[in-house]
Write a protein of this length. Structure first.
Length: 141
């Protein structure tokens, strides 16, 4: 990525919903510091839903939310899609069960990414496909 492209990605807002602080920190560093996106992080589905009026460009949700959340990842996606059906959603999960993947697709998830040793690279690639750099980027100035 060209350094100037970061300026044009900063207008892309991504919400991350995960109850594991280690993953939230890793996602924040990767997408905010290294890739220039504007991000908001949430430890529960309820927190994310309460901020959907901001209209993020993308929401990345952990499938298995525990801790303070009373909502599952599927519950979060269903509520997001009720609020704004056009919201793009990506699921992260350590579960590669076909039933879970099919449930995610059925509620409108754009992409299902397995939390494995390569999940950050896979997520960065996925996000760059879903949220391309604006057409007003450096090549058009």
């Amino acid at each position: 990525m060209w350094k100037n492209e970061q300026l044009y990605m900063a207008d892309k807002l991504i919400f991350f919903v995960d109850d594991e602080p280690m993953f939230i920190n890793l996602l924040e560093y990767t997408f905010k510091c290294r890739n220039g996106y504007t991000i908001r992080t949430f430890n529960s589905g309820e927190e994310c839903i309460a901020h959907m009026d901001v209209k993020p460009d993308l929401v990345v949700v952990d499938f298995f939310l525990q801790g303070d959340s009373q909502m599952t990842g599927l519950d979060v996606v269903k509520k997001i899609k009720e609020i704004n059906p056009a919201t793009l959603v990506v699921f992260l999960s350590g579960n590669d069960d076909d039933t879970v993947i099919n449930e995610a697709k059925a509620v409108g998830v754009e992409k299902y990414i397995l939390k494995n040793g390569y999940f950050i690279d896979n997520l960065v690639e996925c996000v760059s496909e879903i949220l391309p750099v604006n057409s007003t980027g450096p090549e058009n100035i």
